[in-house]
Design a binder for this molecule. Sequence first.
Ligand SMILES: Cc1cc2nc3c(=O)[nH]c(=O)nc-3n(C[C@H](O)[C@H](O)[C@H](O)COP(=O)(O)O)c2cc1C
Length: 399
Amino acid sequence: MPTTLSPAIEPREFRNVLGHFPTGVCIVTAMEGGKPIGMVVGSFTSVSLDPPLVAFLADRSSTTFPRIREATTFCVNVLAADQEALCRSFATRGADRFADVEWRAAPSGAPILENVVAWIDCVPDAIHEAGDHYIHIGRVTDLAVENPTLPLLFFQGGYGAFTLGSLVMGANPAMAEHLAIADRARDEMTALAGRSDVEVLALGACTDTFIVVASASPSGSTAPLRIGTALPFAPPAGRIFVAWAGQESIHAWYERSAEPLTAAERERLDAEVDAVRRHGWTPAFYSDRMEDLWQTLGQIGKVGQTPMLVRHVSQLVASLERHSTPEDVDEKTAGTVQSLMAPIFGTDGQVALMLSLSGIPRGSSLSRIEELRDDLLAVCGRVTASLGGRVPPELADGR
Ligand SMILES: Cc1cc2nc3c(=O)[nH]c(=O)nc-3n(C[C@H](O)[C@H](O)[C@H](O)COP(=O)(O)O)c2cc1C
């Protein structure tokens, strides 16, 4: 009921301001005489943990809600970012909403739509009148995450997807530069991938992440990592990017560690960064965590940067074996070298881009690893020269 104490609120203004509050998008489904029915709601919310209650708000003018209300159960389907078309169809009056939709029955019998992020199966618990809407409360009888991918969001009258504050490529001037350099390195990368039969990745650093900006695969194979995949630029990952960047950058890198570093760990990392600086390249070895990291990054390539996967990546990077310097590659360990990384230098003598020979076959001999390393260093040297880049004096002699 309108109150005389508050000034009148224009419906347009109300819609506009509240449209600036983002919501997820769900389809509430139910069965009616053996046939599925459903409608889109942006007003779904969790209500109570004990007892487990959820709710959505239904417009009094909705023609579908009175039918859902009559059903003995209903199911809330959380839509994925790629289900905008499904959403539009379920928000259109008169459309045959289930015409091309695959679904199965939830334990309660209400429909679970194919590929939704999650579903929440309910029995009606209470209904409250609230202005021109009803608050429909359901008691949760079952629920599951179906497809842990990015959800569909509704904001300012438009659809979109969730992006994280970190680990996002975003608009970054440094990125444009990395891409330009990767473009110049492309022919060399392709030739190196062909000669070595190993994937070549180009990575650029952006404040707290480093990002795959280009890749070249041996013929016939497909790159496991998607261009744009970002890794946390935190210890022990990214030593090449800090090795020539000065003490301040090294400290900032330490500060980004997911776990605070002890003095002993800092000392060890210092020694490793030092080794990278002296040798001009660095290896990474196969390990269960490395496999997990690679798999998780591949998963991110498929479903996007969900907070769950990104958290997992951060934890994995923080727990990676720290000890992997050029001096650790010998007859015994050569067969477990997973990748070799080396820098391309810019005109300012800083690392402009890192090239990585990634996914070297297990069991490679030491001489094979040395051959790959020499080829990688030669490529980095030629690309650096083609950019007019300046190789730090301590490395210049060795190259
Ligand atoms: C993003 C989005 C969110 C919506 N949220 C709600 C909502 O929370 N409650 C509601 O009653 N209608 C909501 N609607 C509108 C209904 O989905 C739609 O207008 C309604 O289903 C029309 O058909 P009906 O008469 O069959 O209900 C929303 C529509 C869209 C596109």
